[in-house]
Ligand binder design. Structure first.
Ligand code: 13P
Length: 246
């Protein structure tokens, strides 16, 4: 099965810098068989569209509005993102939840908006340091998945990728060990099976994200049940990111 590597640029680089980044990145991954996806600020979409159209690389947004259209100054709708040539959007990233006070109900609404315009969703879930310390990881992930996926039809799950990103691992240099991730991935599949069917649970793509770099990525990519990686800081270096993708 083809693996995914998703690079989340967060609020880094200007469109001009992203274009220079691609000058370095693209020649390095010519023979790459991985599904590579850039999650970009909307200001970078025109660069992505013109530079990635002739490649297998896809791009997406880092967030979308939960509203369809209207008086929501500063917001960007799923239809706008799609019209720019994007195929994906992140939804529920812990930074968006923290900084913009996104609730699980809002995340659910965003997923519905994305699917309505044929944008694929990379749904981020993860536990806090406290939840992990008090052995509440599974309960927390269940609450996040139950609400975020509420009302979805089973056949819509094929357009959803789950990104398991423990919040305490994002940008900290700390990661769970391989065994812990394996067991959490099993828990995620069990929750999906409860809400939908075992078949969907077996098929859904699950990524790991949180402090992945050029030196540690291989152990995560090999984990049973993991379809790929969601990379933050390390995707900003075109050489490192190309090595991870390859
Ligand atoms: P880091 O790889 O910088 O820890 O970020 C992970 C992340 O938040 C990707 O969405």
């Amino acid at each position: 099965m083809k693996k995914f590597v998703v690079g989340n640029f967060k609020m880094n680089t200007t469109p001009t810098e992203f274009s220079s980044y691609l000058d370095e990145f693209l020649p390095r991954i010519k023979e790459c068989k991985t599904n590579v996806i850039f999650c970009l600020p909307a200001t970078h979409f025109h660069v992505a569209k013109s530079r990635l159209d002739a490649t297998n690389i896809k791009f997406g947004a880092q967030n979308i509005s939960c509203e369809e259209s209207g008086a929501y100054t500063g917001e960007i709708s799923s239809a706008m993102v799609k019209d720019c040539g994007a195929n994906y959007t992140l939804v529920g990233h812990s930074e968006a939840r923290r900084h913009f006070k996104e609730t699980l109900e809002v995340i659910n609404q965003k997923i519905i908006r994305a699917l309505a315009v044929n944008l694929k969703v990379i749904l981020c879930i993860g536990e806090t340091k406290y939840e992990r310390a008090t052995k509440k990881t599974k309960i927390s992930l269940k609450r996040q998945l139950d609400t975020a996926l509420k009302g979805l039809y089973e056949n819509e799950l094929k357009n959803i990728i789950i990104a398991y990103e423990p919040i305490w691992a994002i940008g900290t240099g700390k990661t769970p060990n391989v065994k812990d991730i394996e067991s959490t991935v099993n828990d995620i599949r069990a929750i999906i099976a409860d809400n939908f069917t075992q078949r969907s649970a077996d098929k859904i793509n699950i990524l790991y994200g949180g402090s992945i770099n050029e030196n540690n990525f291989a152990q995560f990519a090999k984990i049973k049940g993991i379809s790929g990686l969601l990379v933050g800081g390390a995707c900003l270096n075109p050489k490192s990111f190309a090595n991870i993708c390859k």
